[in-house]
Design a protein around this ligand. Structure first.
Ligand code: AP5
Length: 215
């Protein structure tokens, strides 16, 4: 199975949901730039303070902050047997920087999986999303509710709604995706490593399609 992976797609496409499952099944660490930024915010770090305004308005955080953050994360020592990048790279300069930091580590990207979901479904998914404040497990009020309302099944943490998960902010995030992030697929497409999968349907069905393109 391919193990150096980028999960790509619009906000709410299911990148985090599928990455967490693959991480559990195959012990491949998920590197979610959104989760790392949110952890920095809750810890009140300088990076968290710098990122806050961009995130709350649905805008991308500046490339230099993100690239340094990912470089640090790769240096943590658990990525020798693969990784799942979730939410990175999100601009062509981030993709170029990723190539540079992987070259320094004699590594490369095996597969880019592009999850395709129509915009109307995305708005439903994101406005209904709830997330565990401690472990980041994603839920949905209709499609994947926790067993006890407001309580994470995995660790009992508080399940809350992200500040950027309103319809207004989703529209801004979709616009950012179209203008800045979608071109990244063409950047990797030239290498023949991009696989598009249908991200609609049950979470299990999408997972089956995902595993099939990684074999
Ligand atoms: P980030 O946290 O990365 O958000 P995102 O890309 O907008 O992606 P999401 O987390 O919203 O969606 P997802 O695809 O993971 O979907 P999920 O699995 O949760 O980024 C947030 C912000 O941080 C950005 O706006 C930006 O400011 C900043 N940032 C982060 N990375 C950056 C970078 N590289 N550069 C610059 N800025 C950066 O699923 C969504 C919902 O749908 C859930 O409720 C889930 O339960 C449900 N669901 C999933 N699959 C299905 C299914 N098959 N059927 C029904 N429901 C489903």
């Amino acid at each position: 199975m391919s193990r150096n992976l980028i999960f790509f797609g619009p906000p709410g496409a299911g990148k985090g949901t599928q990455a967490k499952r693959l991480m559990e099944d195959h012990s491949i660490p998920q590197i979610s730039t959104g989760d790392i930024l949110r952890a920095n915010r809750s810890q009140g770090t300088e990076l968290g303070r710098k990122a806050q305004g961009f995130m709350d308005n649905g805008k991308l955080v500046p490339d230099n902050l993100i690239i340094d953050m990912v470089d640090d994360r790769f240096g943590q020592g658990d990525c020798d047997n693969g990784w799942i990048l979730d939410g990175f790279p999100r601009t062509v300069p981030q993709a170029v920087a990723l190539d540079g930091l992987l070259n320094r580590r004699d590594a490369g990207v095996d597969r880019v999986v592009l999850l395709k979901v129509p915009d109307d479904d995305i708005v439903d998914r994101i406005t209904g999303r709830r997330v565990c404040r401690t472990c980041g497990a994603p839920y949905h009020v209709t499609f994947k509710p926790p067993a006890v309302d407001g309580v994470c099944d995995a660790d009992g943490g508080e399940v809350y709604q992200r500040a950027d998960d309103t319809e207004e902010k989703v529209r801004v995030r979709l616009d950012e995706y179209a203008h800045n992030t979608a071109p990244v697929a063409a950047y990797f497409g030239q290498r023949g490593i991009v696989r598009e999968i249908d991200g609609t349907g049950e979470i299990d069905e999408v997972y089956g399609r995902l595993v099939a393109v990684l074999e």
